[in-house]
Design a protein around this ligand. Structure first.
Ligand SMILES: [Zn+2]
Length: 293
């Protein structure tokens, strides 16, 4: 139908057909059953974690971001310190910034929120596990009465463009800007060079969902408390950037200096030699890339 032919006064388009109930009753099918995904060897990772030695730590200041590097086969832990705080996490292949975390595909594979045993997957054409969650102290939270859960891959990252669109603001400490500055400083890039590398995040500790009535993205006060952490196994050499979101615990608002904010701690741990016997860093995806030509 052309736009000219559309008459908004006629509501035929929204009239339910006679078999509407039957059509709605069709049962859903999981888009990507994960049975055939290569499973993470959590037992091996946990064994390797025993006796691992801390090699680095970075304290991410409130309303700011910092970069950190994690060699393949090491662990990294993101901890809440001082007070409830959510973090926006970006990951890149340390040796190739074009390979980066793919929030949308991770969501398609694992669902809206991720926890222990699930992976952060990388972009095309590599599409391989970048990091595996090995411990989540908020694993008990599950899905609450509002449909909320923690550590989502449904949000994007708070950014100054959307703030400007909705409120005409010029706010410079959204996670997008924090991540851009941190990456620029770490890589010796200009802000203009760094910005296109910043991507949709894993919302660490953030409690989110979609409202049942309107399907809108919502947030609520994070259940995280000081001492809680999310720990990962690095499947490939990683460059990470973490922003301590200006939303604080995201109980009320973000994209401003209103919320109480706290730092986040990132620590890196190296397993002892020989602890990962039998493990190999995942290879890039085997699709031949010919796209039918
Ligand atoms: Zn943010």
């Amino acid at each position: 139908m052309t736009k000219a032919a559309f008459d908004p006064g006629v509501d035929d388009l929204t009239t339910a057909p006679e078999d509407a109930a039957a059509r709605r009753d069709v049962e859903p099918v999981i888009c990507y059953p994960t049975d055939s995904l290569p499973a993470a060897d959590l037992a091996l990772y946990r064994q390797a974690r025993q006796g691992a030695v801390k090699t680095d730590e970075v304290l991410v200041p409130a309303r700011d971001a910092a970069c950190f590097e994690v060699p393949a086969g090491h662990f990294f832990r993101i901890s809440s310190v001082d007070g409830p705080q959510v973090g926006d996490l970006n990951l890149w292949n340390r040796n190739n910034l074009d390979e980066r975390f793919y929030s949308g595909k991770t969501r398609a594979l694992h669902g809206t929120h991720i926890t222990t045993g699930e992976r952060m997957w990388s972009s095309f054409p590599q599409l391989r596990p970048m990091a595996t969650i090995t411990h989540d102290t908020l694993g008990w939270y599950g899905i609450d009465q509002y449909g909320g859960a923690v550590h989502d891959v449904i949000g994007t990252r708070c950014d100054p463009y959307t703030g400007n669109l909705l409120a005409g603001s010029q706010y410079h400490h959204c996670c997008h800007s924090n991540l851009t500055r941190a990456l620029a400083d770490h890589q010796g890039l200009s802000l203009a060079e760094a910005e296109p590398h910043v991507h949709d995040v894993l919302n660490v500790f953030m409690c989110t969902g979609f409202t049942r009535d309107t399907g809108q993205y919502f947030m609520k006060a994070s259940p995280v408390r000081p001492g809680d952490y999310l720990e990962f196994f690095a499947e490939i050499d990683l460059l990470g950037a973490l922003s301590a979101c200006p939303g604080g615990d995201c109980s009320a608002e973000h994209s401003s200096d209103t919320a109480a904010c706290h730092p986040l701690l990132v620590e890196v741990f190296a397993p002892v030699a020989g602890a990962l016997e039998g493990w190999a860093s995942p290879r890039v995806n085997s699709y031949d890339g010919s796209h039918g030509r």
